[in-house]
Design a protein around this ligand. Structure first.
Ligand code: FAD
Length: 554
């Protein structure tokens, strides 16, 4: 049995405990509320430019909307349908920038759009759109291609071609790991720049006292309440921004409405030759996708207007997506609920003018996906409305600009608060990994080389993992038969990834919960050791809590 990771503690305290201590009665330049992509990127940008930053989230980092996305980094080909040229241009630029900054985490991927009689356009017209999209994207990807029916079938035999008119292949990008792991990379960057961040800490109330905010916070893991102070606040509450602003009487020009989207994770549907997204128009002429996630495929998404941010996949959603995909794929037997390994459901926070009437949007899906950032000079608050993972670097930069305008001086932006380490550091990692024959430790031949995996997941920290494996070869062992994790990775997670609940690791720092069936997780021989490394004496309690809270597919 492995020694419980007392490494998880820093002089007897976890990193989270130490941060909560710093929050208590601290005075910060900026308090960021919410640690989804928008809060995390704002903290990274501000701390990276010298501001003293605190960030809290009442859940885990990236545990609300930012864990429910399609994992796509894209310019939004489909937004061309609504002639949103500036939005598409901006998102394509953001996509290109992210692909450049994260070459191992964000990869270009082909989208094969199969156009049948339900499609609103013939293939030749879609191909013109794809060329325009490629040009708007400043040729940042490979060029698009027009395919006839035979070529579509040979490219992807799983596509049902009866009734097909042809296909178009265009390019975008995707996150190889998880959206919430990407969010965590910004949290980590903020921590490394000195930010004081804590998950499971809720903003209960805040009031302006003289020249600062005094915020009452609650540690949801212990129930303890305490206060902290800050000169300014960034409201990055995602679907909750309006609720938070109204609590302190802030009236904004914009507000949020919600659009629900779901995904179903099923065994891999496409050929394993290469990763590719399949795109189809559903019966309502809306695009939906089959997106690769390792050895799985993710089907989605939907776009339904709802009045609450709290959603779940219901029977109708599930039935709809399964019917749509079964009608468009040539499978040995149709997919059923029994094939669903995991589900995701979330709301897109969409921005509308407060005084506008959103009912005038007869076509709900035409509501713009652009973000807005508002600054209130009286209350010293910056609010982020909407936004996409794809646009995160712009959000970080824009928030930093607004905070400067509120009188918080920032250092020059050297663009060093985001991105993977430099090429020379990468080369050195792969050199060291090769010298110690790291890839030979891989026990599952169908998985990617360990050196690729460790570098992508941990960047600079991957050197520590090499050192741990060199010092103790058992650290290089696979810990959970059903998932791809080395023992050393768990010790690293315990020490550096602020894991409070087992779900934080299973669903967000890793994507085990999304790609491994429930029964396989339950029966995994290494699961107890995983909990011991992460939680020491608390392992059993955290395991019980995890299974009690784990959503079931009805
Ligand atoms: C189905 C779907 C698919 C999508 N696909 C894509 C995609 O492929 N590509 C893309 O770029 N974008 C995509 N998006 C959009 C993107 O996921 C979201 O716009 C983005 O994640 C929103 O991030 P956020 O930080 O604003 O909100 P959130 O991630 O919801 O973060 C807000 C945080 O605030 C916290 N909070 C709220 N109130 C308090 C409080 N009082 N105290 C403390 N914390 C609080 C919450 O706990 C939450 O974690 C998709 C969205 C959906 C729903």
């Amino acid at each position: 049995m492995a020694t419980p990771s007392v490494a998880a503690t820093l002089w007897g305290m976890t990193l989270r405990d130490a941060n909560i201590d710093r929050l208590r009665s601290g005075l910060f330049d900026v308090l960021v509320i919410g640690a989804g992509i928008n809060g995390a990127v704002s903290s990274a940008a501000l701390a990276g430019r010298g501001a003293s930053v605190a960030m809290v989230d009442r859940g885990d980092f990236g545990s609300f909307t930012s864990q429910e996305s399609s994992n796509l980094v894209w310019g939004g080909f489909k937004y061309l349908e609504h002639y949103e040229l500036p939005l598409v241009f901006g998102l394509c630029r953001s996509r290109n920038r992210l692909m450049k900054a994260y070459p191992d985490n964000i990869k270009e991927i082909s989208f094969l759009a199969a156009l049948d009689r339900n499609a609103p356009f013939p293939p030749w017209f879609a191909a013109i759109g794809a060329v325009a999209y490629w040009m708007i994207g400043l040729f940042g990807t490979k060029p698009p291609k027009l395919y006839d029916v035979e070529r579509v079938k040979s490219e992807e035999p799983v596509i049902e071609t009866s009734g097909l008119r042809g296909g178009v292949q265009y390019q975008d990008a995707y996150l190889i790991d998880n959206d919430s792991r990407f969010v965590f990379s910004f949290v980590r960057s903020a921590i490394e720049a000195g930010a004081c961040v804590a998950n499971y800490v809720e903003l209960v109330a805040a009031e302006r006292v003289d020249d600062r905010w005094v915020a009452r916070l609650r540690n949801l893991d212990s129930g303890e309440e305490f206060t902290t102070s800050a000169r300014t606040i960034v409201n990055a509450g995602g679907p909750f921004v309006d609720e938070i602003n109204s609590d302190w009487g802030l009236r904004t020009e914009h507000r949020i409405v919600y659009s629900k989207g779901i995904h179903l994770v099923v065994p891999r549907l496409t050929t394993n030759r290469h990763d590719r997204v399949l795109a189809f128009f559903d019966d309502t002429q809306r695009l939906f996708y089959v997106i690769p996630m390792g050895r799985r495929s993710v089907i989605g998404t939907t776009d339904t207007r709802v009045d609450t941010p709290f959603t779940a996949v219901d029977t109708d959603d599930r039935r709809f997506l399964l019917d749509q995909i079964n009608a468009r794929l040539d499978l040995d037997s149709p997919l059923t609920v029994d094939d669903v390994i995991a589900e995701r459901s979330g709301v897109r926070p969409l921005v509308v003018k407060r005084d506008g009437d959103d009912r005038k949007h007869v076509d709900w899906t035409s509501l713009s996906r652009k973000h807005e950032i508002e600054r209130d000079d009286d209350l010293n608050v910056v609010t982020i409305f909407g936004g996409k993972l794809t646009d995160c670097l712009n959000v970080g930069e824009e928030v930093a600009r607004e905070i400067e305008r509120l009188g918080i001086p920032l250092e020059k932006d050297l663009a060093n608060w985001y991105g993977e380490p430099a090429g020379a550091t990468r080369a050195e990692f792969f050199r060291q990994a090769k010298l110690m024959k790291l890839d030979r430790l891989r026990v599952k031949p169908e998985t990617e080389p360990l050196s690729d995996r460790l570098w992508r997941r941990y960047g600079r920290r991957a050197f520590d993992l090499l050192e741990a494996i060199r010092a103790d070869p058992t650290m290089g062992e696979d810990i959970m038969g059903s998932a791809d994790y080395l023992r050393a990775e768990l010790h690293n997670a315990a020490e550096h990834e602020m894991i409070v609940k087992l779900d934080d690791f299973m669903r967000r720092r890793s994507k085990i919960d999304l790609v491994v069936a429930d029964d396989d997780i339950r029966n995994s021989p290494g699961l107890h050791e995983v909990a011991e490394i992460l939680f020491g004496a608390e392992a059993d309690r955290r395991l019980t809590e995890y299974f009690a809270e784990k959503p079931r597919i009805a």
